[in-house]
Ligand binder design. Structure first.
Ligand code: UDP
Ligand code: MG
Length: 323
């Protein structure tokens, strides 16, 4: 289990208890009566407003299955999850939020589904309990866009409750808001993906760490994922098409202007709008490509340096693994 934690002190005791109960009680058909072996890795993403880090630290010292990973500062949910992935030793990794919006009771169902022959099972919050206008609507649009651009059709990319085969994520390097694109990134790597409707609850304690700004960051990261898929193998297919479209429109506009000049002897100097349009199209394309190149360079930079996207302050192994 990998759980990113950022100022969630009030939810933690209940969370831990419910995960343990759910896993201890899981009767998984493929285990044939054997006991499920697991570790719960809670990654404290630099909580400052409450005692999440201390609670996890103290608890791990006495708990047989809880491992606490404390990051040096707040790096964001994706980085916290990546830290958890790097620590995980199991064959399967299940992620969920610390705020109990994802019911731990659903974990065994995810595992059963995964064992039907998938590499990734993604939760689908069919009855999502979040604000309609600020959360559900942007998510709907984002999910539609992601599906269109990446070719992976899921209803709910943002659901944190997911199960993965470990070897699948071992090769995927995360940064930014990319954790929600794990299905798309995994799909590029040839993963078999399933979606499973799961329950969703209202947040009981604390507040959401996100606002509308995240949707913007997610959409921006989406373009990177999309272009990674296309670009890494065939850069010219992407830039070529963009270039052709922009050139064609430029030529058409130029042709139209020449036509006016040649046959009607109109002066072109008083058509600022048309010229403005040409300029806007061209600069737009340029800026887009520059942004993209920058984005890709950044990726190369991260990958070539092997620079971690998080730094760990302290790892407290579970009591069980110490003895
Ligand atoms: N989280 C994190 N680092 C952050 C922001 C959030 O580790 O910088 C964790 C948070 O504690 C929670 C999960 O990511 O376990 C999802 O966050 P939240 O519940 O605020 O998101 P929402 O459910 O509102 O989308
Ligand atoms: Mg939440």
């Amino acid at each position: 289990m990998v759980v990113p934690v950022y100022n969630e002190e009030k939810s933690l005791p209940d969370l831990l208890e419910r995960i343990v109960t759910s896993l201890e009680g899981a009767k998984l058909s493929y285990l044939k009566g054997a006991k499920l072996r697991y570790e719960i890795i809670c990654v404290d993403d630099g909580s400052t407003k409450d005692g999440s880090a201390k609670w996890l630290k103290d608890k791990a010292l006495t708990h047989p299955n809880l491992k606490a990973v404390l990051l040096r500062r707040n790096y964001g949910q994706t980085a916290a999850m990546a830290a958890g992935f790097d620590e995980a030793r199991g064959d399967v990794i299940v992620t969920l939020d610390a705020d109990l919006q994802n019911p731990p009771e659903e974990i065994p169902r995810l595992l059963e589904e995964l064992n039907k022959g998938y590499d990734l099972v993604s939760g689908w919050r069919k009855n999502r309990k979040d604000a309609a206008l600020t959360r559900l609507l942007p998510s709907k649009i984002a999910n539609w866009l992601i599906g269109k651009l990446t070719g992976v059709k899921l209803h709910d990319y943002g659901c944190s409750l997911k199960a993965y085969r470990k070897e699948l994520i071992a090769h995927i390097r995360l940064y930014g808001e990319l954790h929600r694109f794990l299905p798309a990134l995994a799909y590029i790597e040839g993963a078999r993906i399933a979606e499973l409707p799961v329950k969703h609850s209202k947040r009981k304690h604390g507040v959401s760490k996100y606002g509308l700004g995240r949707t913007f960051r997610v959409v921006m990261d989406l373009f990177t994922v999309f272009f990674m898929k296309k670009f890494l193998t065939r850069p010219m297919h992407v830039f070529g098409i963009l270039g052709i479209v922009s050139m064609t429109s430029g030529v058409l506009m130029g042709g139209y202007l020449s036509f006016l000049k040649l046959f009607f002897n109109e002066s072109l100097g008083d058509r600022p709008l048309l010229i403005l349009a040409v300029l806007l199209v061209l600069t737009g394309v340029q800026l887009f490509c520059f942004g993209l190149l920058g984005e890709l360079l950044m990726r190369t930079y991260h990958e070539s340096q092997g620079r971690p996207i998080y730094r760990v302050r302290h790892v407290i192994p579970s009591k069980g693994s110490q003895t």
